[in-house]
Design a protein around this ligand. Structure first.
Ligand code: ADP
Length: 495
């Protein structure tokens, strides 16, 4: 029986069509997966179903009645609960208090006895028999917190529970607990909408699978009728053309990783990085791709193993040592790391050059202007942009300023870029790519992480795929996108 029906749902953002004419039927008692490559429109559907945003068109029908979900509270009243990727449980409160957070039913908030019984009931239902409602949530691990969030949805009598990548950052054991919880939620007659990039997990856990592509639903199938390769074919449509290229690795080894690891993040990784070569680490959230880069930049205290830059062994967990040895790192959150947002673009471009250009701490105006115009040309900035605070530039331009600065800095040997074009528009993206190629052409070794197939295939000379903290495979340029997607979402090489 259909519990939630979505008909002709559409939504645009400032002229960009995110989804258009989406139809979806979710049945009571089923675990329904929502799959699609990045940008397919999954998050938009989730936001509309959970009342975080309103659709431009279409209807949402719950139990036969059309509903308007203008706020999260509306969604809750209609029986729809979202278990977020970013947990919304509060560590400083007790488990019991977290279960009551945002509850519309003030009745059971006032009766402590009933409250405690209900908390016990939902915790037990999810196998959290060892957890006491009086216990501070901070005493639980990440996986258990995820379960508490599912328990909260149940406690609030949700009919449809939406899970957005619930296991992306969990260990295998923790994930198993979440699967068991999801199964018991469905067995109780609720519906589950399960958004995940882990395709093996999707096929093992879910009853039906809806695949989205380019803002529309491509197909809905019984999971039993699908395999990982067919699922990927639906996600990608026609296999993307990949121009075979023969750019191979060249140059001397500038960076060497031997058995480098971070507990609970990624296992022993050994790798040689050569100058003038662009390496990609392809991996979804939780794969460890981002952790490798952050670790090499000295930002992960728990990293262990041997890292050699040039012929010198690098002191781990020391960002200053990493920078001194010639490693430059741009995080995917440029706002908090990397640039001085309230200073002009020109100052940001030159920031790391000041010691080299100056005599007694002063930079002569001629040298300043010379360097400034050379860098402006390299990055393609106008005079107006140079004078503006860099924080006001678009994401793509900020990324260009960062890469440009690292290039100009004497001694940059390795450029690490964590998801360099996330949130960057198409134009900005090709400009960033051009600058990255320029860096490699000057002999810098570039290592970037990404999930975007086009970017991986177009830009990298070598692509390493990662899944759940393990290296899956290594490819040279020209590898087909569907092979990469298979490895990134399934953890094994296609047979
Ligand atoms: P998915 O969750 O499958 O990765 P999304 O729903 O996030 O896909 O995105 C679908 C499309 O809508 C993408 O092209 C994305 O760029 C666009 N989009 C999503 N949210 C916004 C937003 N707030 N502003 C502009 N475009 C957006």
């Amino acid at each position: 029986m259909s519990l939630v029906r979505v008909e002709g749902l559409s939504k645009s953002y400032a002229g960009t069509v995110a989804i258009d004419g989406v139809d979806l039927e979710i049945r009571a008692g089923e675990i329904h997966a929502l799959c699609g490559h990045n940008g397919a429109g999954k998050s938009t559907v989730v936001r509309l179903l959970s009342g975080q945003e309103s659709p431009d068109g279409g209807t949402i029908v719950v139990d036969g009645d059309p509903v308007e979900l203008k706020t999260r509270r509306d969604a809750q009243t209609a029986g729809v609960a979202l278990v977020d990727q970013e947990l919304s449980v509060v560590p400083s409160l007790t488990v019991g208090e977290n279960l009551l957070l945002g509850d519309r039913d003030a009745g059971w908030l006032n009766r402590r006895g009933a409250q405690r019984r209900r908390a016990r009931q939902v915790l037990d239902a999810l196998g959290l028999t060892h957890v006491r409602p009086e216990q501070p949530l901070s005493t639980l691990g990440l996986g258990e917190r995820q379960l508490v969030e599912i328990a909260r949805a149940l406690g609030q009598r949700a009919r449809l529970v939406i899970l957005d990548e619930p296991t992306a950052t969990l260990t295998d054991v923790e994930s198993e607990h979440v699967y068991a919880a999801v199964r018991s939620v469905a067995a109780a007659g609720c519906a589950v909408l399960f958004v995940s990039h882990r395709l093996g997990e999707v096929l093992a856990l879910c009853d039906r699978v809806t695949v989205m592509r380019d803002g529309a639903v491509v197909t809905t199938n019984d999971a039993a009728e699908l395999t990982v390769p067919t699922l990927i074919r639906h996600m990608l449509g026609e296999a993307p053309e990949t121009a075979p290229r023969s750019r191979a690795e060249s140059g001397d080894t500038v960076l060497e990783l031997a058995s480098v690891r971070v507990p609970d993040r990624f296992g022993a990784l050994s790798l040689r990085v050569r100058s003038g070569t662009i390496y990609a680490i392809a991996g979804q959230l939780g794969s460890g791709a981002s952790d490798v880069l952050r670790g090499l930049a000295g930002l992960v205290p728990a990293m262990a193993g041997d890292v050699t830059v040039g012929s010198t062994r690098l002191r781990l967990a020391d960002p200053v040592a990493a920078a001194r040895s010639g490693i430059a790192f741009a995080s995917n959150d440029r706002k908090s790391e990397g640039l001085f947002l309230d200073r002009s673009t020109a100052v940001n471009l030159l920031a790391t050059r000041i010691p080299a250009l100056s005599r007694f701490g002063l930079v002569g105006p001629r040298r300043w202007t010379e360097t400034e115009s050379r860098m402006a040309e390299l990055c393609g900035f106008s005079d107006r942009q140079l004078g503006q605070p860099v924080g006001r530039l678009s994401g793509g331009n900020q990324q260009k300023a960062f890469v440009g600065r690292s290039l100009e800095r004497p001694g940059t040997r390795v450029l690490l870029l964590d998801d360099p074009t996330r949130g960057v528009d198409v134009g900005g993206r090709s400009a960033v790519h051009r600058l990255i190629r320029e860096a490699a052409a000057r002999g810098v070794a570039v290592v970037f992480s990404s999930t975007e197939l086009d970017e991986l295939v177009d830009l990298a000379d070598v692509v390493l795929t990662m899944y759940q903290g393990r290296l899956v495979a290594r490819h040279s340029s020209g590898v087909p996108g569907d092979v990469l997607l298979y490895e990134m979402t399934h953890g094994v090489e296609p047979g």
